[in-house]
Design a protein around this ligand. Structure first.
Ligand code: SF4
Ligand code: SF4
Ligand code: F3S
Length: 266
């Protein structure tokens, strides 16, 4: 209880801010407990009260005061084309701010598919050259928490783990925490018995759809997607894409935005 809270600096590059929207809805642990009691969220340009020069001064102050001891969380990614001109913050390219803030951090969390893989703004032909964080910062430990957005409880759990044990969780070969990305959606999907029995929905409004049959033939990417949706689920465990009747589009996988239509049938 007397231990000083670890400072976290949360930057936003090219993104839609729904990773933040997801994060603030965590129920276990509650986001307010994470933000107010567990860590010290000293900079987050969407959640902080300060703005403009005042906000940038805080970033500078924390970076210098806690050199080597703060966690850098990144939502979104830097666009590299035209010297980074497609994302300007405080009058300079975001990529500069990212490099400067990363230089003295302890570790980086890449929130969501934007920071982890590039996501929709990197879709071919990627006019801004949106580039995932690990391709720009190569000398720091990085934990990727992909998903568009990632599940709220997965986000807070990763932070909780890092603060509690003062180390990164065990990662897979892609840099994702094994505890949440170790299995495919398909492995724990409650519709799996229908898949195994060869019972598939063939149209969104057919009899199979109404009976809750497997959505594989409707384009479900669950068999090739590593994420915790079929176990942790969304909105405090209430539901998740497949349960709502829509196949998984593979939003946590690298390149999902360019891998053909979300609705490609088998
Ligand atoms: Fe938005 Fe998806 Fe990027 Fe998160 S990963 S900021 S939800 S586009
Ligand atoms: Fe697998 Fe998708 Fe079918 Fe579930 S709905 S069993 S994830 S193919
Ligand atoms: Fe994304 Fe598929 Fe989960 S679309 S939210 S990984 S079920």
């Amino acid at each position: 209880e007397t231990k000083p809270r670890t400072p976290v600096l949360w930057l936003h590059g090219l993104e839609c801010t729904c990773c933040s929207e997801s994060f603030i809805r965590s129920a276990h642990p509650l986001t307010k407990d994470v933000v107010l009691s567990m860590l010290s969220l000293d900079y987050d340009d969407t959640l902080m009260a300060a703005a403009g020069h005042q906000a940038e001064a805080i970033l500078d102050e924390i970076r210098k005061k806690y050199k080597g001891n703060y966690i850098l969380a990144v939502e979104g990614n830097p666009p590299l084309n035209e010297d980074g001109m497609f994302a300007i913050q405080g009058g300079r390219p975001f990529v500069e701010k990212l490099r400067e803030t990363a230089a003295d951090c302890k570790a980086i969390i890449s929130w969501g598919s934007c920071a982890s893989w590039g996501c929709v703004q990197a879709a071919k032909p990627n006019p801004t050259r949106a580039t995932p964080v690990h391709k720009v910062i190569t000398d720091k430990p990085i934990v990727k928490v992909p998903g568009c957005p990632p599940i709220a409880e997965v986000m807070t759990a990763v932070v909780t783990y890092m603060l509690t044990f003062d180390k990164l969780p065990e990662l897979d070969r892609m840099g994702r925490p094994k505890m949440f990305y170790g299995q495919r959606i398909h492995d724990k999907c409650y519709r799996r018995p229908h898949f195994d029995a060869g019972q598939f929905a063939e149209a969104w409004d057919d009899e199979g759809s109404r009976k809750g049959y497997c959505l594989y033939k409707m384009g479900c990417k669950g068999p090739t997607t590593y994420n915790a949706c079929s176990t942790v689920r969304w909105n405090e465990g209430v539901s998740w894409p497949v349960q709502s009747g829509h196949g998984c589009i593979g939003c946590s996988e690298d390149g999902f935005w360019d891998k053909g239509s979300f609705y490609d049938r088998v």
